[in-house]
Ligand binder design. Sequence first.
Ligand code: NAP
Length: 245
Amino acid sequence: MLDYQAPKNLLTDKTILITGAGAGIGRTAALTYAKHGATVILLGKTVAKLEAVYDEIVNAGYPTPAIVPLDLKGATEQHYRDMSDTIEQQFGSLDGLLHNASLLGALGPFEHLDINSLSELLHVNVIAEAAMTKALLPLMRKSAHASIVFTSSSVGRKGRAYWGAYAISKFATEGMMQVIADECDGSQVRVNSINPGATRTSMRASAYPAEDPQSLKTPVQIMPTYLYLMGNDSINHNGEEFNAQ
Ligand SMILES: NC(=O)c1ccc[n+]([C@@H]2O[C@H](COP(=O)([O-])OP(=O)(O)OC[C@H]3O[C@@H](n4cnc5c(N)ncnc54)[C@H](OP(=O)(O)O)[C@@H]3O)[C@@H](O)[C@H]2O)c1
């Protein structure tokens, strides 16, 4: 998958929602999916960043995207139900959902863990994903082949000292992926997780301030696996953990 070469029209006629589409890996995934023919729904917190991605896609001549400004921190089930209704009215169904937005939170010893911050982080990284997936699954069942991709991390597969809240949230994400994948087994909806690996973004720079960003892969370089999981070449994969590097 790491050297997967996607055909140019891989995602033609697909509608794909990307969370955290205004920056980092999500931004690049949105541009890459649009470049391969998808109509992308850009969800994120900062409207100006989403508008910049929107303009980039339109200026490149890719399918016209849609913008959903939403702060996952305060979003309720009603927000996701309304979003699902709007997507259904506009597009009829949903073929792809990339859960990408996340908070890193504070890194440090477990005994210093701030429980209020843990709760807030779990709301963005886990509860929002659960509520959004619950609301969008009926719409994804209307697609001939739908793909849900959860974003994990190395510390969501093996715990590591000082990664407290973030690691806990990524283990929960992997668990959620497995539960939904098992329920969707044999259906046209597949559910998998991806670990991007160390990638040149602002989140990575916050976690490793002393690191030389030039030593890291760029978001563009990790896109083959992101494309593979959204396109129909991956329809036989369900409940699996992928690495993008
Ligand atoms: N970069 C790495 O090395 C690495 C490694 C392993 C896993 N990951 C995972 O890969 C994913 C993308 O990471 P990244 O490095 O691209 O992170 P990033 O540069 O920090 O981007 C995160 C994105 O999530 C959005 N977001 C954060 N809080 C939000 C909220 N409350 N509501 C809506 N959107 C919100 C941000 O929007 P705003 O810009 O508007 O705040 C931003 O677009 C994350 O799940 C991360 O855990 C990254």
